[in-house]
Structure formats: C-alpha cells, structure tokens
Design a protein around this ligand. Sequence first.
Ligand SMILES: C[S@@+](CC[C@H](N)C(=O)[O-])C[C@H]1O[C@@H](n2cnc3c(N)ncnc32)[C@H](O)[C@@H]1O
Length: 227
Amino acid sequence: MLYLDSCIEGAQKVIADETVDLVIADPPYNLKFGGTNYTKNKKPRFQIFANDNLSFPDYRRFCLAWLKQAYRILKPGSHVYIFIDWRTYPDMARWLKITGFTIKNCIVWDKKNMGMGWQYRYQHEFIIMAVKGKKKVRRIRSRNQTDVWQIPRIPGNQTIHPTEKPIDLMKRIIENSTEENEYVVDLFAGSGVVPEAAENLNRKWDAFEIDPGWAQVSIKRLNSEST
Ligand SMILES: C[S@@+](CC[C@H](N)C(=O)[O-])C[C@H]1O[C@@H](n2cnc3c(N)ncnc32)[C@H](O)[C@@H]1O
C-alpha cells in the first residue's frame, strides 16, 4: 500500500526487520530540481520537492537514515537499487558502505535522449545495485545482460512528476531481482511508477511518499491502472 509518510519514520513503524525481497530508492539528489531549469524563456513546471534542497550535512544525515531503514528491512542477500547521478555518486557509494551494503555494480541508464546541461548535455543516470550481506547473495534473473540499459526517458513536457522514471526501467529492476508474489518496497514513490510496475508484475509492494500532492498523483495512477 502507499503510505503518506516519510520513508524513515514510516518504514520503522510498518515494516518488520528482514522481510523485504527488494528495495528501490529513487531519492532526491539534492539538486533543487524543478523539472525544467530556469532559462530566460522557461520557468520550472514543478516546485522543488521535499529534501531536494538541503545543506550537505542534512542531506548526509537524511541519506544515512533511509539507508539504515533499507538495510534493516531487506532480507539478507537481497538487492537494493539506488538512483543517483554522477554528482552524488561518490557520497552515496560511501554511505552505502557505511550502512553495511556491498555494492555489486553501477548500472548506467542511457536515456537515449539528451536532457539539460551546459558542458555536454546529460543523457545518463546511475543506478547503484547493492546487496545486504556477503553470504548467499541472491542472483539476478539472467546473467545475459549488461550494466548499460537503454530505455528512453519520458519527454520533459509529458512527465507528471519532475523526475518521473519510465515504467520499463522499474519493471526491469523488479523482474531481475524478485519472483512473483515477492515483496518490493519503494522508499520514494513520487508519481507511483514502482507501485504500478509491481502491481503489473504480481509483486506485493509498499511505498512511501512524504508529499500529499505527489501521493495523490500516485493514487490516481494506481486507480487508473485498476479501471
Ligand atoms: C526522485 S523523486 C521519485 C520519483 C519517482 N521515482 C517517479 O518516477 O515518479 C523523490 C520523491 O521522494 C519524495 N520524498 C522526499 N523525501 C521523502 C521521504 N523522507 N520519504 C518519502 N518520500 C520522500 C519527494 O516528495 C519526491 O516525490
């Protein structure tokens, strides 16, 4: 179910230790992002979302707190996928290790279309894939795939959330790292893409979104799916 709550306090309240088969986290990257950056002619389509405009010490504390929850709820040997871009990768990798995770790979999501950026326009993001523990680590569905994923991003003028991810990206993660009826937790639901993907793939799921407006967008997406 979708919880209108912070994933930190919310997960602590409702998710028991070592019960989850997969955690997906698409957190704020702390980039003050409003969907479209200001230019002379364009204003952002969206407001900056929660926890995307923190001081570095606050952002560090925030990330360590949700990573701790991710670690607590995951079954040993299970996977976590964390979206991040090149600017925050070094810090996130360090915080993952501090929390106890072992990083297995860094998937490059090639969005196939260029986005913003002055010195070379951005076309990729990273998805860190890490595991809890070192023993009996779960394997992905098929070894016959690389760590570069070419999946088109949603065009900027068609997104319903400033950082909305394509459903095929979330489906690929879920199919690679879980079986039917297993349990997926999405720590940052945004517009509800992970819940929709999990629902489509017959996985159990829970998700957290702190902002009532975005929680409503998720609920609308899920309702339109089921009708
Ligand atoms: C990068 S976006 C996720 C986008 C989502 N994957 C999608 O495709 O629509 C991060 C979301 O996390 C939410 N958020 C920020 N802090 C949170 C917290 N402590 N707990 C739960 N959600 C939070 C923000 O409101 C924002 O909607």
